[in-house]
Write a protein of this length. Sequence first.
Length: 175
Amino acid sequence: MSSTAPSITKRIALLGILGAQALALSFLENLIPALPGLPPGAKPGFSNIVTMYAVSSMGLGEAVYITVIKAVFAGLTRGPAAFLMSIAGGLLSTLVMFGLLRLHGRPFGIAGISVAAAVAHNFGQLLAAVMLLGTTTVLGYAPLILFFAIITGLVTGTVLKTVMPALDRQSNFFV
């Protein structure tokens, strides 16, 4: 066995725990009733806290893994349309997080990156909805969804900043 095997095993274990945390947050979000005036399925995006942590602490590949796991969960629990919406929004959001986290000096901070990721997620979902429904009518939701993304992005970014020390302590057990 090579000397890197324990560190790879520890990273995989951490990734499994982060994936489980993202799924638990996603499940809990599904218990929140629909918010009046918002499109069906509009949720705060708390599981993206884990994705953003994974991007910043582990890298793009690991964050994409969590995104795919969340999309598969959405597909299994809510159907193929939910899978497509989740994967489209999640991948675009994760790429935006990755790009902004790599900027020198992180000029937008965690909350700003979280807002940009929320906007990207909702934009990806709108594009998926256009493909699924075959109409651009759903783009009428864009202004409302943009406003919702700013609020939820600020909330999730603030929560991530608050729980980051605990996530770092958790990660130190594995990496």
